[in-house]
Unconditional design. Structure first.
Length: 154
């Protein structure tokens, strides 16, 4: 008898749903202009990826100002006091404005990662470049997501 009640309870839990729905995160904006300051390479990649997410022909025009800052810190040293690992922190302050309205909104996105020092200097530079590319891709995805969320709320 107890087994039937337990099986009935478990099946009811599996059959019923909570009604959770995903948010509609469509990019319903058109970027008219992006102004950047800070690290040029990071800004160039960010600008291109964000412009690709924009929908052309949409009436919802926005103006974006992006200020990026890259910090390179020592993360680890070995017993001989030689650096073995660096940490890179990229901070982006994004300010955007709907052209039809006059209020500015802003948010900050931070991405961080670390890379190892190699015996060859060229390998160390390649490690740093690949980490920066990964961080910029993650940063641009988060900026696009935040823009969609904030513009859908307005």
């Amino acid at each position: 008898m107890k087994l039937k009640i337990i099986l009935l309870f478990i099946s009811m839990m599996l059959i019923s749903s909570c009604g959770f729905k995903l948010a509609n995160l469509q990019n319903n904006y058109n970027i008219s202009e992006i102004n950047t300051n800070g690290d040029k390479r990071i800004n160039y990649k960010l600008k291109n990826k964000i412009l690709n997410s924009s929908k052309k022909g949409n009436d919802n025009l926005i103006l974006i100002n992006i200020s990026t800052k890259k910090e390179k810190n020592i993360k680890e040293k070995n017993i001989g006091n030689e650096i073995t690992k660096y940490e890179i922190i990229i901070t982006s302050n994004v300010e955007f404005k709907k052209i039809s309205e006059n209020d500015f909104n802003n948010f900050t996105v931070i991405e961080k990662g670390d890379y190892n020092i190699s015996k060859k200097y060229s390998d160390t530079l390649n490690n740093e470049k690949s980490l920066i590319n990964t961080l910029v891709n993650d940063l641009s995805d988060e900026i696009i997501q935040n823009l969609s969320l904030k513009l859908n709320d307005l």
